[in-house]
Design a protein around this ligand. Structure first.
Ligand code: AR6
Length: 207
């Protein structure tokens, strides 16, 4: 009894093949994990206590991948706010495994949590794993009273983290530290990563 439910639901809008299905898992009595395909720049739940997590780099001034898309959608105000984040050493505003928060500006989400995942190093797996775990930045979100948070597959693009290993870290970290958020979302760009995440959540969250 009281087990973790799992269901596939279609989100509103209809349309694509299985492109807008949302897989839902219970994390605690008050908290759900939702895994869906999509573009994180369009994500929002309530526009006041929600945050998207930007897989940034240590300079925090934008880049390619999701970071580039988030900066384009948020407008130049986001880069200005990032520029104002103090450097901890020359060229580093946010060290690997840490996070910084800014407003979302023109994004539908109210906040952006900029986090820096590791550049995957197969010779330093334990270090990569610790940094990735830390990049899931849930403490910063809690300190800022975020109730709804959306992640991409941090480090799974430019930074080269193997999908299956990254999914295990991502989902186990969420299971451990996200039980008091209302909703935790993964908004995943590719079919392949979506499938890996869904399989891993089924493995770790299904009884
Ligand atoms: N919505 C959701 N996911 C996305 C989007 C989007 N709009 N765009 C890309 N992804 P990456 P990293 C996926 O490379 O590996 C940047 O240049 C993408 O398919 O964005 O942590 C930064 O400035 C992949 O699955 O981040 C850093 O220099 C995932 O998001 C560096 O890349 C993460 O890929 C960070 O590399």
């Amino acid at each position: 009894g009281g087990g973790r439910g799992f269901s596939i639901m279609s989100s509103s809008g209809g349309g694509g093949d299985h492109g807008n299905q949302v897989a839902e898992f219970r994390l605690s009595a008050s908290s759900v994990l939702k895994i869906q395909k999509g573009d994180i720049t369009t994500w929002s739940v309530d526009g006041s206590s929600d945050a998207i997590v930007n897989p940034a780099n240590e300079r925090m001034l934008g880049g390619g991948g999701a970071d580039g898309a988030i900066h384009r959608a948020a407008g130049p105000e986001l880069r200005a706010a990032c520029y104002d984040v103090p450097e901890v050493r020359p060229g580093v505003r946010c060290p690997t495994g840490e996070a910084r928060i800014t407003p979302g500006f023109r994004l539908p989400a109210s906040h952006v949590i900029h986090t820096v995942g590791p550049i995957y190093d197969m010779d330093k797996k334990a270090e990569s794993e610790t940094s990735l775990r830390n990049a899931y930045s849930l403490r910063v979100a809690k300190e800022n009273n975020i109730q709804y948070i959306a992640f991409t597959a941090i480090s799974c693009g430019v930074y080269g983290y193997p999908y299956d290993e990254a999914a295990a870290v991502a989902i186990s970290t969420i299971m451990e530290f996200a039980k008091d958020f209302k909703e935790v979302h993964f908004v995943l760009f590719s079919d392949e990563i979506y499938d890996v995440w869904l399989n891993k959540a089924n493995e770790l969250l299904q009884k």
